[in-house]
Design a protein around this ligand. Structure first.
Ligand code: KIV
Ligand code: ZN
Length: 512
């Protein structure tokens, strides 16, 4: 058994299944490029058959992102595997990942299949995928609740059919570390041809054990871990890539295992993902939370000043966390701006660069010091969030508020080319603005969340507003940033409404 643990990143597939985390194709491309910089071994780029948008994301990532193997998920169905192959074919390192449930509970109630039928389907579909590509992964879904002898039989049969990776999912996050480790050991000891495949694990975090279970599996022979940046994913999420990688690195003394990850890209990857999805990381989250390297107590600070290792088991620099650096000011030119963008991982074309530069200049006029975080916010707003046709364009916002006047907002929105202006009162200026936006756009959506975050320090900081809207089954996030938080709020609301519009068009098949 080798000592490399392969990192299979599923941020763009399972991660995207987090409510509100959906990304468009350009956003997925940006994340995929960053994952390549991070050094993950495999990127699960999506589920090609599930939608035209997913197909396109898998196709573009497979053909344009260099380095990692690119994988598409496919149910154990011919049409899914064919679609995965259509998206992947011609790419340098393609993988098809096919799955079917094997637990009695899933087979009986959800799929209405016998064990024999599921086994046959698994083998047939691995064989079908193998007709297209050498690198085939198979997952017996809900493996941790599958009867062990049957699981071994399925694994032996799919490896004989050509599966090169067998992934053991704890689909509902039910396993405990000791029993999950034993499950993997049982596979190593009882599946005769297990040496012909890599054992992978895919753990969900419903009981907060995704990372612990993955680690127990690694200690018992798993050599691929499926994980996501910031641990996002279905329900409570997946094992987080940053935790898995830093555990292996920090406790190499005990575990003796390595990954191919460039750990200094961990923090930039985390920030990029939260900027794009609007899913912020809790402050006390291990490795990438705001407090992960903040030492508050006097005794700890004293120890640190004397010798870092007294209270620091890994350095902030090792995960790519450096203090906010002042990068640019109002005299900085296009060239310096472009350089900094590419250091931050953004490759913009000329038109995108122009848009971002205009916004940067206007920010630098208002705010003397422009930080990396400001630049990221600008790019996300001016470039990344605008690939859909913007049905609604915010033209102007004027508010009156204070101790002696009722809050009032006049909002102008261009709606399919026509400017509509309305004035509303509200409980506060943001409420008044939102009422005007709702009335002009006629939206039926419900506001689920509104939050404001200062991107950097100081009263001239950019305020970043995130809103979460729901209409029917669809949940979207919108974001807007500005030094004026009322304007940032209006922009965030309009951004969310445009995304909702985009999703509706996408589901009606009007986009591709
Ligand atoms: O959680 C799960 O079982 C999955 C499979 C598709 C691998 O996501
Ligand atoms: Zn999953």
């Amino acid at each position: 058994m080798d000592n490399i643990v392969r990192i299979f990143d599923t941020t763009l597939r399972d991660g995207e299944q987090s409510p509100g985390a959906s990304m468009n194709v350009d956003e997925k491309m940006t994340i995929a490029r960053q994952l390549a910089r991070l050094g993950v071994d495999i990127i699960e780029a999506g589920f090609a058959f599930s939608s035209p948008g997913d197909f396109e994301a898998v196709r573009r990532i497979a053909h344009e992102v260099e380095g990692p193997t690119i994988c598409s998920l496919a149910r154990a169905k011919t049409e899914d595997i064919d679609s995965a192959w259509q998206a992947l074919k011609g790419a340098p390192k393609p993988r098809i990942h096919t799955f079917i449930s094997t637990s009695d509970i899933h087979l009986k109630y959800q799929f209405k299949l016998s064990r024999e039928e599921a086994l046959k389907r698994a083998v047939d579909m691995v064989t079908h995928a193998k007709g297209y590509v050498d690198d085939v992964e198979f997952s017996p879904m809900d493996a941790s609740r599958t009867e062990q002898e049957y699981l071994w039989e399925v694994l032996e049969a799919v490896i004989a059919a050509g599966a090169t990776t067998v992934n053991i999912p704890d689909t509902v996050g039910y396993a405990l570390p000791r029993s999950f480790g034993e499950l993997i050991k049982g596979i190593v000891d009882n599946v005769p041809n297990i040496g012909g495949a890599i054992i992978s694990v895919h753990c969900h975090n419903d009981l907060g054990l995704a990372v612990a279970n993955s680690l127990a599996a690694i200690e018992n022979g798993a050599r691929q871990v499926e994980c996501t940046v910031n641990g996002i994913g279905e329900r409570a999420g997946n094992a987080s890539v940053e935790e898995i990688v830093m555990i292996l690195k920090t406790r190499r003394d005990l575990l003796g295992l390595d990954t191919n990850v460039n750990t200094e890209q961990i923090y930039p990857s985390s920030r990029l993902l939260s900027g794009i999805t609007g899913m912020t990381v809790q402050a006390n989250k291990a490795i990438v939370g705001d407090n992960a390297f903040a030492h508050e107590s006097g005794i700890h600070q004293d120890g640190l000043l004397k010798e870092k290792s007294t209270y620091e088991i890994m350095t902030p620099e090792s995960v790519g966390l450096s203090k906010s650096t002042l990068v640019l000011g109002k005299h900085s030119g296009r060239h310096a701006f472009k350089e900094r963008l590419s250091e931050l991982g953004f490759d913009l074309d000329d038109e995108e660069l122009n848009k971002a530069f205009v916004r940067f200049k206007s920010l630098a006029d208002k705010k003397k010091e422009v930080f990396d975080e400001d630049i990221e916010a600008i790019v996300q707003e001016e470039v990344m969030r605008t690939d859909y046709d913007e049905k609604f364009k915010l033209v102007n916002v004027n508010v009156k508020c204070g101790t002696s006047v009722p809050p009032e907002a006049e909002v102008g929105i261009e709606l399919d080319g026509t400017l509509v202006t309305e004035t509303f009162n509200g409980d506060g200026p943001v409420d008044a603005v939102f009422k005007a936006v709702c009335s002009i756009t006629g939206t039926k959506s419900k506001l689920l969340r509104y939050s404001v975050n200062a991107i950097t320090e100081g009263t001239d900081a950019l305020g970043e507003v995130t809103v979460r809207l729901q209409e029917g089954e669809r949940i979207v996030l919108g974001q807007g940033s500005h030094t004026d938080i009322i304007l940032a709020s209006a922009k965030a609301y309009i951004n969310a409404l445009n995304r909702l519009e985009f999703k509706m068009k996408e589901s009606r098949g009007e986009l591709i």
